[in-house]
Design a protein around this ligand. Structure first.
Ligand SMILES: Nc1nc2c(ncn2[C@@H]2O[C@H](COP(=O)(O)OP(=O)(O)OP(=O)(O)O)[C@@H](O)[C@H]2O)c(=O)[nH]1
Ligand SMILES: [Mg+2]
Length: 260
């Protein structure tokens, strides 16, 4: 919790010192990765904000488009895939358009693991910021000179304090790694339920598991990976961590349209 408060302090200071804020969301779950506290801070300091829906390679094009339209009612919004280097030109264009001056100092903020550091590397065109499939990787801030007219600030992923109390929610948001959980089974079960709700085929597609019962899916996953305890029972703990990891890494995916 102290760690989280420190991270928010960093983010607040960086937003205050920036010309433009990029709020990064995971296109698989824009509702759960939308960071209204970041939006409130941008408003408070009068900084323009661009919503960047990242990881669109994991959702159908029409879904990304409908979210862009939906979120676009509140903030300028674009979608990109930083990993697959899709959408850079558009991103540069929007930064130039929204920044009140050049060179612009741009703060890249959002939940853990949404791809902030990957976006920084992609803006720079080569590796500058450390990235990791495990959330909570970036600990401090980092200023990167991406172009002659563009400075970008990498920031640690932040979770609003009121959400930091539910491990189940944090797992869905991709904001905690499996190694951080004492008992990964309950959050894995809620994650499986949510994935099934939005994408009933997810486990079939990812692992060829046809069950639609969360507990059975966990068992089948453990069995298929050889995650067994002595006596022939499945190591549910390890299976739960495995599924959470696959969700974080984008091996499991779902999507849903914005509200009408
Ligand atoms: N499929 C897909 N994966 C991506 C994309 N962008 C980033 N990732 C992956 O998401 C994971 C997290 O990326 P990071 O850039 O480290 O995320 P971050 O927001 O900086 O995370 P923290 O520093 O922990 O807050 C990595 O495994 C990236 O490869 C994308 O566009 N598509
Ligand atoms: Mg990072």
């Amino acid at each position: 919790m102290i760690e989280a408060r420190k991270a928010w302090r960093t983010v607040r200071r960086i937003i205050e010192g920036s010309d433009l804020v990029l709020e990064v969301l995971d296109a698989r779950d824009p509702v759960e990765t939308r960071n209204r506290r970041v939006e409130a801070l941008s408003r408070r300091y009068g900084r323009p904000l661009l919503v960047v829906l990242n990881k669109v390679d994991l959702v159908p094009f029409e879904v990304a488009l409908s979210w862009k339209k939906h979120l676009g009612k509140e903030w300028p919004t674009i979608f990109i895939s930083a990993k697959h280097r899709m959408g850079t030109r558009r991103l540069y264009r929007w930064i130039k358009m929204l920044a009140p001056r050049l060179p612009a100092k741009v703060a890249v903020v959002g939940y853990p693991n949404v791809g902030k550091s990957t976006i920084i590397n992609y803006l720079k065109g080569r590796h500058a910021a450390g990235t990791s499939p495990m959330p909570g990787f970036t600990r401090g801030e980092m200023l990167v000179a991406a172009k002659s007219w563009l400075y970008v600030m990498d920031t640690p992923g932040v979770v609003p304090p009121e959400e930091a109390t539910s491990e189940e929610l944090l797992v869905i948001k991709g904001a905690v790694g499996p190694h951080e959980l004492d008992d990964p089974v309950p959050p894995a079960i809620s994650l499986i339920k949510r994935i099934l709700y939005f994408n009933p085929r997810a486990f079939r597609d990812a692992y060829n598991i046809w069950s639609t019962e969360p507990e059975e899916i966990l068992e089948a996953y453990g069995k298929a990976r050889g995650l067994m305890l002595r006596g022939g029972r499945v190591n549910l703990d390890a299976a739960a961590r495995g599924i959470i990891k696959d969700w974080i890494r984008g091996k499991l995916s779902y999507h849903y349209p914005p509200p009408e």
